[in-house]
Design a protein. Structure first.
Length: 481
């Protein structure tokens, strides 16, 4: 009998556990080395906790806005039991981790609770992995025919604003706060900063969002970013544009944020310091690749010096039978992409037919209030002329269901090929946009036309009706830009 392929996976987040499931189902002998708990940072400290917090803020928003639909009375305060919220967040994260662990165990996957790295001496035809405990003591080593590196990333730390877990916070520290901040300063206006600024603002916390650029979410659709800014400021949030935080210092009762002009402003010199009760640092992530001993196996990092592992579209590194997936690769920092990278790696390594990763079909979501969901080509590609496309943007305020619910901030935008009407991209800004984007994601994936979307009979009234209506507008107006 031919022995089963031995697969070692370093990292138990979405890339690691999804890869483990595929490999086990294909008959491999699979070991996952994970120090922090199955599910990784995504489940235990990042994605699952933050979206649970956002779900709480959504309930606060619903209660506060209920008088708009005739329920309750205006001005009635909404109280948040932060201890109960944090306990629920931790419980849900632990429960999700346990569910995934149970699934892996049921598939015969071996889990080693430790930190993995390549051994200094590598066998000639396969790979040797060491698992270490928190003190660096060797727990075990294992030989593998195939290795997947799926170690994720860690919040970036600035020397001038090191989190202390009390007043200066990383996004992993917020679930230990004993009470809501009196005034939260969020530093960084990318996806993470925008999500936390929106969540705390919706929960009733005064929030100042410091953005080094001229708008929030500089990587997202500008029309979508404008909606988020309008809603955020209408809730009492303060947006400081073109301003950079040079340092964060502990004060007697909170923090002081030293500010300087953002890049490209043409201004020099400091600006007045900003006082707050807490500062939340959302200035990006760094890949967890430094402790993997990659040199021992000859695995190459990207040429940009950022520490990401270089991979191709089937997750291969430069070393045969060593793959990498997830945030440690820098391909696209989404749990859904990490999981698909891990699955593709195992399909490819174990001889299954596999299609390379197609980033143009990936749907993504920003969990602000309202949410922003995108798929396919976006504003920059179309407006620059790199991708010829016709566009239609339909305001959510025209949707009957949105009016009934009192949720009229947002829109549906569709991009299609000028001649054929094939859908190449879309943006939805709406409550639960993460759910509404699916028909557009399906259209982009399958090459559907706006005519085919328009001809599909949906539910009336529904928010998804705006997707069909935007498609009808594109179908009927060939002269749209």
């Amino acid at each position: 009998m031919t022995p089963a392929t031995r697969v070692a996976i370093i990292g138990g987040g979405p890339a690691g556990y999804e890869a483990a499931l595929v490999a086990a189902q294909l008959g491999a002998t699979v070991t996952v080395v994970e120090a922090g708990g199955i599910g990784g940072a995504c489940v235990l400290t990042d994605c699952v906790p933050s979206k649970t917090l956002i779900a709480t803020s959504d309930r606060v928003t619903a209660l506060r806005d209920a008088p708009r639909v005739g329920v309750g009375s205006a001005g009635t305060p909404v109280r948040i039991d932060l201890a109960a919220v944090n306990a629920r967040i931790r419980d849900l994260a632990a429960q999700q981790s346990e569910d995934i662990s149970s699934r892996l165990a049921a598939e015969g996957v071996d889990i080693v609770p430790g930190t993995g790295r390549f051994a200094a001496a590598q066998p000639g035809r396969n790979h040797r992995i060491e698992a270490l405990d928190a003190d660096g003591t060797l727990l075990t080593d294992l030989d593998a025919d195939v290795v997947l590196l799926a170690t994720g990333s860690t919040p970036r730390v600035l020397d001038s604003a090191r989190p202390d877990g009390e007043r200066i916070l990383s996004w992993r520290d917020v679930y230990d706060l004993p009470e809501l901040p009196e005034h939260l300063v969020v530093i960084g206006s990318g996806v993470t900063g925008a999500e936390f600024a929106s969540a705390y603002s919706e929960a009733g916390v005064p929030v100042t969002l410091v953005s080094s650029r001229d708008r929030v979410l500089p990587g997202e659709d500008p029309d979508a970013a404008a909606v988020i800014e309008q809603v955020f400021t209408s809730r009492g949030g303060t947006l400081m544009r073109r301003t950079r935080a040079a340092a964060v210092r502990r004060g007697p009762d909170g923090v002081l944020v030293d500010l300087v002009p953002g890049s490209g402003t043409g201004e020099d010199g400091p600006r007045p310091a900003l006082a707050g009760s807490h500062a939340l640092m959302c200035v990006g992530s760094v890949p967890n690749t430094g402790a993997l001993a990659l040199d021992a196996a000859g695995v190459r990092l990207g040429a940009d010096g950022a520490g990401f592992i270089e991979v191709d579209r089937v997750s291969r590194t430069n070393v045969p039978s060593v793959y990498a997936a997830g945030d440690c690769t820098g391909v696209l920092p989404l749990a859904s992409v990490a999981g698909m990278q891990g699955r593709i790696a195992m399909w490819h390594a174990l001889g299954e037919a596999v299609a390379p990763l197609r980033l143009k079909t990936v749907a993504a979501n920003v969990f602000t209030h309202p949410e922003i969901a995108t798929v396919g080509v976006g504003h920059d590609a179309v407006s620059s002329g790199r991708v010829p496309a016709r566009t239609y943007m339909l305001p959510l305020a025209t949707n009957a269901r949105a009016k009934m619910q009192g949720n009229e901030d947002g829109f549906v935008k569709i991009y299609c090929r000028p001649a054929t009407g094939v859908v190449v991209g879309g943006v939805i800004v709406a409550p639960n946009a993460s759910e509404l984007i699916f028909p557009l994601a399906l259209a982009v994936q399958q090459g559907l036309t706006v005519t085919e979307i328009a001809a599909t009979i949906g539910v009336y009234p529904s928010l998804s009706g705006s997707v069909a209506e935007a498609a009808r507008r594109l179908m009927l107006h060939d002269d749209l830009d």
